[in-house]
Design a protein around this ligand. Structure first.
Ligand SMILES: CC(C)(COP(=O)(O)OP(=O)(O)OC[C@H]1O[C@@H](n2cnc3c(N)ncnc32)[C@H](O)[C@@H]1OP(=O)(O)O)[C@@H](O)C(=O)NCCC(=O)NCCS
Length: 149
């Protein structure tokens, strides 16, 4: 079952100014050490920070109805192939599907939250319905031509 979807966009300049003004204290209010180590490994430092900020906000939007979360409860990390994923510090009974993008001036992210242990039955009934429809006799092309002269 889908719990929710979230989207967020961050201006890189805003992120950069916040870090230049507040330094480490800002970084620690938003990010975990594990994230900062990961971000420091790539190029486009401010873009990657901003993208993770956007990702956290997107996750909060996606699960907000169910779980009150702070930015630091959500870690945005990368798999070996570069794909981003979410690690929660709190117990959250949801899987998150996340996508991130950044260009020079902006970063954005979308997140979809799906309840864990999703009942397979719901999916199975959808699949059964699809196959049932597929096995229905299709409308002969001649009939379509008659209806659409
Ligand atoms: C992964 C890919 C889609 C990223 O797209 P991009 O336009 O270069 O960059 P974006 O800013 O939109 O996205 C970057 C984010 O994509 C995410 N990403 C990277 N690899 C990913 C993957 N395998 N799956 C899902 N997301 C991925 C990351 O979160 C990354 O941001 P981060 O490094 O800060 O975590 C792209 O590099 C790619 O592999 N494209 C395949 C097609 C191709 O090779 N094109 C080049 C020839 S035209």
């Amino acid at each position: 079952m889908i719990l929710g979807v979230g989207i967020d966009m961050v201006k890189i300049e805003k992120m950069q100014k916040a870090i230049e003004k507040h330094g480490q204290s800002f970084l620690d209010r938003v990010f975990d050490k594990e994230e900062l180590v990961n971000i420091a490994q790539g190029k486009m430092y401010y873009q990657r920070l901003a993208a993770r900020f956007a990702a956290k906000e997107a996750v909060i939007k996606a699960v907000s109805k169910k779980y009150p979360l702070d930015l630091t409860d959500i870690l945005i990390l990368n798999r070996a192939n570069g794909a981003p994923y979410v690690k929660f510090k709190k117990r959250v009974n949801a899987d998150i599907f996340l996508s991130i993008t950044h260009i020079e001036d902006y970063a954005a992210a979308t997140a979809v939250a799906q309840k864990k242990n999703n009942k397979i039955d719901e999916d199975a009934s959808d699949i059964r319905a699809y196959h049932a429809r597929k096995s229905e006799p299709s409308v002969p092309f001649k009939k379509i031509q008659r209806l659409n002269p």
